[in-house]
Design a protein around this ligand. Sequence first.
Ligand SMILES: Nc1ncnc2c1ncn2[C@@H]1O[C@H](COP(=O)(O)OP(=O)(O)OP(=O)(O)O)[C@@H](O)[C@H]1O
Ligand SMILES: [Mg+2]
Length: 453
Amino acid sequence: MSRPLLWKLCGSVAAGAVALFWVVNGLALHTEQQMSFVAPEHQATLVEYAAKAETLYTAGEMAELERWLDALQQKEKTWAAVVRSQVQPMAGSTLSQQFREGFRLGRNVGWKIHLYFEQNPIMDVTFADGHTHFLITLPQRMRPGAYWQQASVLLQVVVPLLLLGLLAFMLYQYLMSPLRKLEVATRQFSEGRLDIRVGSLAGARDDELTALAGTFDRMADRIAQLIRAQRHLIADLSHELRTPLARIDTAVDCADQGLFTDDLLARVRRDCRVMRRLVEDTLTLAWLENEQPRLDTECVDLTELLDSIVDDARFEFPQHGLSVDLPDQALLYNSNHRILGQAIENVVRNGLSHQPTGAELRIALRQTLRGFTITVCDQGPGVPEPHLEAIFRPFFRHGDTPNGLSTGFGLGLALARRQIESLQGSIHAENRPGGGLRMVITLVRHRVTDGQL
Ligand SMILES: Nc1ncnc2c1ncn2[C@@H]1O[C@H](COP(=O)(O)OP(=O)(O)OP(=O)(O)O)[C@@H](O)[C@H]1O
Ligand SMILES: [Mg+2]
C-alpha cells in the first residue's frame, strides 16, 4: 500500500537530521577554529617581549635581563624565562635540517591553542642564534576562547533547537495547509454552501491528504445531491397535495352548509386515499435515496414472480392482451420478492395503461451470462427521446394515457429505479422501432449466501 505522506515525512525528517548535524558540526568546527588562536595584538606583545629579552641577552646584560624577567612575571602573573637548548644526537644518529630549524621548547605564538586544556601552554620565541629561546606561560589575559563555553551551549542546545523548531514548523505548515482548506470548506459546507469542494485546492499534491480531499468532495457531492433531491421532493409533494387538500376544504365547507352528499363523501375518501399513496410513495422514495439500504437478502424465482404479476394485471386490465415468454424456473439469489415485485408491477401497469385498448403487452425473461433480463414491450406512443431518462425522475409525467387510466403522480418509475438499484440491478427505457416503449430490467446474479438456500 503506497503511503506518499509517510515517505515524505520520513524523507524530510531524515534530511533535516542530516542537515542539522552538518550545520552544527560545521559551525562548531568553524567557531573553535576562530577561537583557538592567540589574538594578533597579543602575538605582537609576546614577540615584543622576546625581542626585548633577545636585545638584553645579545648585549650580555644578564643582570638587567634577570630584573626585566622578574618584572615581566609579576606584571603578567606568569612564568617567563630565557633558556638555551642543545640537542645531542646519540648512537650515531644525525639531526635532520627540518628538525634543526623547527626545534622548539614551547609553542610558536601563531600556533593553534587547545581550548579543552586547563593549563595555559608555554609559548616559545626562538632567538636569531637558533638555540636560545624566550619561554613564557601564556598569560591568562591572552588565552583565546574566552566565550567557548557559551558558544558550546549555543551550538549544542540553541542552534539545534532553532533548526528543529524550523523543521517542525515547516512540516506543520505542509500538513496543515490542506487541512485548513478542508476545515474552511467543511465550515462553509455546513453553513449551506453545497457547491463547495476542496479537490481543486489540493494543487499538485498527491498523497493521503489529497485522498482525504477527494473523499470529502465525494461526500459533499452525495450530501448536496441528497439535499437537493429532498428539497425537490418536498416542493413537488406539497404541490401535489395542494389539489386534494383544496378539494377536502371545499367538501368541509359544503358539510358546514349542510350540503354534504354521498358523492362528496366518496370524493373525500378518494382524495384521502390518493394523499396517503402520495405520501407513502414519497417517503419510500426518500428512504431508498437516503439510506441506500441493502435489500438483496432473499432468493426469488423470477418466473413465479412474473406469473403472479401477470395474473394480477390480467385481472386489472381485462381489455388488454398480455403475452409472456418465461423459462420454467429462474432463481435469482440476493434479491427481494416484495421490492422487485413492486418495481416490475409499476412497469407492467405503465405499459398497459399507455397502450390502446386491445393491444398486446409482451413480457419476456431471458437468462444472460451475468444474470437475467426482463423486457416489457408495449404498443403505446412511446416516450420522446429527450425524456427517456427524465421519466425516472420523481413527479415527472409526460402527456396523457390514451385510455385515461393513469391517475399517477410520476412516482412509479422513480421508485422502480431505486428499488431495482437497491438490488444491484438497473432499468432503462428505449423506444421500439415499430412504435411503443421497451423497458429493460437487468438483474445481476451474485454469489449464493448461506441464508438464502
Ligand atoms: N409505457 C409507457 N409509455 C409511454 N409513456 C410512459 C410509459 N411508462 C411511463 N411513461 C411516462 O413516464 C411518466 C412517469 O411514469 P411513472 O410510472 O413514474 O408515473 P405515472 O405512471 O404517471 O404515475 P405513478 O406511477 O406514480 O402512478 C408517465 O407519466 C408517462 O408520461
Ligand atoms: Mg406509473
